[in-house]
Write a protein that binds this ligand. Structure first.
Ligand code: SME
Length: 162
């Protein structure tokens, strides 16, 4: 029973991404302003999914600076290699953390956050921002989230005027 519920939940999450991602693609195709698009992308993700926090950190003067987001107040600046975001930036790869309290480098912006996924967004082979998502649940993100979120990021890389 528990396994069945778990597998229904996973299917449901997959379906939600499959419906949502084309809608986001359409949404950002009508607007060229970067900040306006990042704001709507975070709002669309926040409304459709059960995230605690979702938003962007943008590389500025060799730091990550808080960009558009939805959720509780967050730290404004993150150094390269620090926190889950700083590691995703330094290593230019998605970082999925099941339990942020066990991640040595984690920066706790909200005590409610228990798991996190960060996907880097690149331009010309360089990370220019990251998409950061937090959940109140432990191990909320799976490879399914990673797959869909990386496909969303690919769309963002190809569409946004970064
Ligand atoms: N936890 C992040 C910091 C940003 S907040 O989650 C919004 C990190 O460790 O990089």
């Amino acid at each position: 029973m528990a396994e069945e519920l778990q597998s229904n939940k996973i299917q449901d999450v997959g379906k939600r991404y499959e419906e949502l991602i084309p809608q986001i693609e359409a949404l950002i195709s009508y607007e060229s302003d970067l900040i306006a698009n990042l704001a709507n992308v975070s709002a669309a993700l926040f409304q459709a999914m059960d995230y605690l926090w979702v938003g962007f950190y943008i590389v500025k003067n060799d730091e990550l600076v808080l960009g558009p987001y939805q959720g509780p107040i967050a730290c404004t600046r993150i150094q390269k290699g620090k926190g889950v975001c700083g590691v995703a930036w330094a290593e230019a790869r998605t970082i999925l953390v099941d339990d942020v309290n066990a991640f040595p480098n984690h920066i706790a912006c909200s005590s409610e956050s228990n798991s996190e996924i960060v996907i880097p967004i690149q331009k010309d082979g360089k990370v220019v921002m990251v998409l950061d998502i937090d959940s109140a649940d432990v191990a909320a993100f799976t490879e399914l989230d990673q797959k869909h979120l990386e496909s969303l990021v690919e769309i963002l890389q190809n569409t946004l005027e970064i």
